[in-house]
Design a protein around this ligand. Sequence first.
Ligand code: F6R
Length: 608
Amino acid sequence: MCGIVGYIGEDQAAPFLLNGLEKLEYRGYDSAGVAVYNGTSLQVAKAKGRLKVLSEMINGGRDVPGTVGIGHTRWATHGKPSDINSHPQVSDSGKFAVVHNGIIENYLALKDLMVKKGKVFVSETDTEVVAQLLEYYYKGDILEAVIKVIHKVEGSYALGIICADDPDQVVAVRKDSPLIVGLGKGENFIASDIPAILNKTRDIYRLNDNEIAVLKRDSVLVYNTDKEIVTKEPVHIDWDVSAAEKGGYQHFMAKEIMEQPKAVRDTISPRIQDGKIVLDKITLTAEQIKRFKKIYIVACGSAYHVGMIAKYVFEKFARIPVEVDVASEFRYRQPIMDDKVLVLVISQSGETADTLAALREAKNLGVRTLSIVNVVGSSIANDSDDVIYTWAGPEIAVATTKAYSTQLAVVYLLAIYFADKLGTITAEEYSSYISQLQSLPDKISEILANKEQIQYLASQFFNAKDVFFIGRNLDYAMSLEGSLKLKEISYIHSEAYAAGELKHGTISLVEDGTLVIALATQDALFDKMISNMKEVKARGAVVLGLTTKQNKKIEQVADYALYVPELCEMMLPSLAVVPLQLFAYYVASMKGCDIDKPRNLAKSVTVE
Ligand code: F6R
């Protein structure tokens, strides 16, 4: 997830671009850059680090004169944060400059093609391929070249483009990544999000997929890919600036919950090609995978909860024994490790001190390490033998939601990948798991479309003092996450318990009116869960049951029921977590808590 801005008008472009990028810095902050037409050529300035570094470098924009330009804040995907990998990316001759948000999935094939045509690449980015393709297809008409390019590229993109040979226009196009056009008087704008342009205009076009906007100083025309003009209705924005930064949501957490279908899709789809899982750059060979006799999964907090689910998934699919450890424990318990062990580390930030220390400990012992990380170029990503990135984009709310969901998605990819290499699943199972994985984003959207039902349930329980989450196996692992989400943002005390374990002590805390959230998504354990629900109900509990749509029987016992769509059991946690996140969110919101910054917590825990 990156931030894009663009300007064409009579004023100096660079100061506007810097100001707009500042408003978009929540979208990406590992590097920034601008390209401005200076009357003869495109002048490009870019720098690794926060926007401030770029701004100081170009003297607040004064060193990059010109009235047409594009700018970018980067959240690295392809290639670590660096000056060279920052956007804008330019074509060989410097004629085209491009800013991009999204992922070009077939960039390697296109890069090969362009190299064969003699183009020289300087960055590791997927974006550079777009600049080179534009130059290759440009025969005097940018629109024509853009149409040709978007027929070639696969994946998601929002692009801002300027061309030195035709400098009186900014061209923008999008597919599956956001982009708006701001409509001014004698000036027009593009941006990834509304806050970037609110100080200039409140009238915008929202571009739909495959619409191409051609901005001149006095006009904006929008075309489809057949070069026909699309008639658009301007939308007037009356939000205040801070609401706009959250995309109209009250909190980043709500926005991030709603972004999950896209985040999961972005994480899965580039890794499934022609019905096969292709794991970018991991160097583990099938032979090495076959040698592993054990996997240690090491992580903290919610990432540890992903590890708990991963244990069931790896053991079921790949038949490798898995141990899951909280990183702060793992590092001091002298686990038995040798060259038949894989240490799998999970971290959103890639900087969590205990997780990093555990990883280094494993490396010192010569153990093979693989990490699942969201922040490109972070310490954990750099120090692991292999890394698979989650493409969740920056997560701003302290309580993780979309990073958790994308970590789970990578776990499924990896476990199916291992299972295929180990021959522990059949070809039919392999295809079926892949297609179920591909259905995840739509099924998550289906749950999100019913969020009002969960909001209603939250209104019934936001005054609760204690809440228990119970489940078995995968549902127990889910309970841990549901409970953590609730307590960290709503400050309601809650416990997650293996449902069969409750009666060994903790059930004494259940009294009249205690809320018990019972997860029962696994068919084989459904009846056992019904018994556990009856046990707590007999002690006065109010039971909220969560299961799949076919299990309406739950209503015979539960006071309230929530349903998620059907899916292969191992993948149901990806669906079941969504109502739990929403429940925690609405409860905290009704209690008036500081949801995005809960007390005592930090987004990245870089101390032991
Ligand atoms: C809870 C939460 C934390 C993190 C934990 C690990 O909502 O966000 O429990 O999961 O601090 O952080 P990372 O994944 O950055 O290593």
